[in-house]
Design a protein around this ligand. Structure first.
Ligand code: CO8
Length: 262
């Protein structure tokens, strides 16, 4: 069994892998072992043709992920803390760099490392019961899994600094208002909404979908001219595909395209 983990449940259905962080006794807090399992999962899934998209969620009804595991955090010293942050950042980055679309299905508390995990996913859909925040400052800490960076990029510096400096918890509606999540849906419709959205994305030409993810993330940290050259590269890649010939022909012939993933 390629996806046999202690803290993650992986269910594959119709080419979509649903990954459930499964530590309900600690509101799905991310232990070091869980972070390593997430990294292992991304390494395997990246070359697994059976899986074309991923949903990450939390077990139970209350929490997506309530942060890094505070029992482990409190034992860290300066050196171990930096090392732990580097490991966590690697795992989050490995999610973000997957070419397959990754949706966070945020079913409850997404605090600290949980909010950071959601931000490392490509798209965030929240239950109307979800709550968000970066409460590290309340523990005498700062975010260490990318929160100071991804939150700033998603919601802007002013709003990010307010959330980071106050440690306040915000509702799903407020998270939507500031651009932290893409959509808020009734709690009972969360998973269906994620599967539906992925159904739409997976109905598109696969190489175009992968190229969009590469072009968007590949252009984030570079000057515009370099980013535009990268976009041109991925545009060229899609122009070289049979799917592009098929998609344009289908439009002109007023029919649905038949994608071949070539
Ligand atoms: N770690 C470990 N255990 C946790 C965590 C956590 N983050 N969150 C909840 N739990 C445990 C509780 O201790 C409790 O255990 P027990 O039943 O044994 O007492 C159980 O889960 C249920 O929690 P509560 O009783 O507290 O449930 P409530 O409904 O009263 O409250 C809250 C829910 C509001 C979510 C509350 O649990 C809470 O505030 N949790 C902590 C949230 C938090 O501060 N998260 C940030 C942690 S720091 C972080 O994420 C840093 C990430 C980067 C690290 C970088 C490394 C260098």
């Amino acid at each position: 069994m390629k996806y046999n983990f202690k803290n993650l449940l992986v269910e594959i259905d119709n080419h979509i892998a649903k990954v459930t962080i499964n530590r309900p006794q600690a509101l799905n807090a991310l232990s070091i072992e869980t972070i390593e399992e997430l990294q292992h999962f991304t390494a395997v899934v990246s070359s697994d043709d059976e899986v074309q998209a991923i949903i990450i969620t939390g077990s139970g009804d209350k929490a997506f992920v309530a942060g890094a595991d505070i029992n482990e955090l409190r034992q860290l010293d300066r050196e171990a803390g930096e090392f732990y942050s580097i490991r966590g950042n690697r795992a989050m980055r490995s999610i973000e760099l997957l070419r397959k679309p990754v949706i966070a299905a945020i079913n409850g508390y997404a605090l600290g490392g949980g909010c950071e995990l959601a931000m490392a996913c490509h798209i965030r859909i929240a239950s109307d019961k979800a709550k968000f925040g970066q409460p590290e400052v309340n523990l005498g800490l700062i975010p260490g899994f990318g929160g100071t960076q991804r939150l700033t990029r998603l919601v802007g510096m002013g709003r990010a600094l307010q959330l980071l400096l106050t440690g306040e918890t915000i509702s799903a509606e407020e998270a939507y208002r500031i651009g932290l999540v893409n959509q808020v849906v009734p709690h009972d419709e969360l998973m269906n909404s994620c599967y539906k959205l992925l159904g739409t994305i997976l109905s598109k030409a696969p190489i175009a979908v992968q190229s969009i993810i590469k072009a968007v993330y590949g252009g984030q940290e570079v000057v515009l001219d370099v980013a535009l050259n990268r976009e041109a590269h991925w545009f060229g890649v899609t122009c070289g595909t049979e799917d592009m010939k098929e998609g344009t022909a289908a439009f002109l012939e007023k029919r649905k395209p038949n994608w071949s993933n070539k």
